[in-house]
Design a protein around this ligand. Structure first.
Ligand SMILES: [Zn+2]
Ligand SMILES: [Zn+2]
Length: 58
Protein backbone atom coordinates (compact mmCIF):
# COMPACT_ATOMS: atom_id res chain seq x y z
CA UNK A 1 0.00 0.00 0.00
CA UNK A 2 2.72 2.47 0.94
CA UNK A 3 4.99 1.84 -2.04
CA UNK A 4 5.36 4.86 -4.21
CA UNK A 5 3.82 8.22 -3.63
CA UNK A 6 4.11 11.43 -5.55
CA UNK A 7 5.56 13.49 -2.80
CA UNK A 8 4.26 17.05 -2.86
CA UNK A 9 5.64 18.32 0.42
CA UNK A 10 4.62 18.03 4.03
CA UNK A 11 1.09 18.75 5.12
CA UNK A 12 0.88 22.11 6.87
CA UNK A 13 -1.76 20.72 9.22
CA UNK A 14 -0.51 17.30 10.34
CA UNK A 15 3.10 17.45 9.13
CA UNK A 16 2.91 14.16 7.21
CA UNK A 17 4.02 13.75 3.56
CA UNK A 18 1.33 14.58 1.03
CA UNK A 19 0.70 12.46 -2.07
CA UNK A 20 -0.23 14.18 -5.30
CA UNK A 21 -3.52 12.28 -5.53
CA UNK A 22 -4.67 13.54 -2.14
CA UNK A 23 -3.15 16.96 -2.23
CA UNK A 24 -4.88 20.25 -1.69
CA UNK A 25 -3.18 23.63 -2.02
CA UNK A 26 -4.34 26.22 0.47
CA UNK A 27 -5.09 29.58 -1.11
CA UNK A 28 -4.56 31.40 2.16
CA UNK A 29 -1.15 30.14 3.26
CA UNK A 30 -0.05 28.52 -0.01
CA UNK A 31 0.82 25.22 1.67
CA UNK A 32 -0.01 21.65 0.74
CA UNK A 33 -2.48 19.66 2.84
CA UNK A 34 -4.34 16.35 2.81
CA UNK A 35 -7.51 16.94 0.86
CA UNK A 36 -10.64 15.92 2.78
CA UNK A 37 -8.70 15.24 5.97
CA UNK A 38 -6.77 18.39 6.71
CA UNK A 39 -8.78 20.82 4.63
CA UNK A 40 -11.43 21.22 1.96
CA UNK A 41 -13.38 23.80 0.00
CA UNK A 42 -14.14 27.08 1.68
CA UNK A 43 -15.64 29.95 -0.28
CA UNK A 44 -14.72 28.21 -3.54
CA UNK A 45 -11.06 27.98 -2.62
CA UNK A 46 -8.81 25.28 -1.27
CA UNK A 47 -8.42 25.94 2.43
CA UNK A 48 -6.42 23.99 4.98
CA UNK A 49 -7.72 23.36 8.48
CA UNK A 50 -5.31 25.92 9.89
CA UNK A 51 -6.86 28.67 7.79
CA UNK A 52 -10.43 27.42 8.01
CA UNK A 53 -12.57 29.73 10.12
CA UNK A 54 -14.13 27.56 12.78
CA UNK A 55 -16.89 29.85 13.86
CA UNK A 56 -18.29 30.49 10.42
CA UNK A 57 -20.74 27.98 9.07
CA UNK A 58 -22.99 28.93 6.24
ZN1 LIG B 1 -2.50 16.36 6.75
ZN1 LIG C 1 -3.75 27.39 4.92
Amino acid sequence: MYGEIEYCGDCVVCDEPVDLSEMGACKSCGSAFHWGQCGEWHSNEHTCSNCMPEDEEE
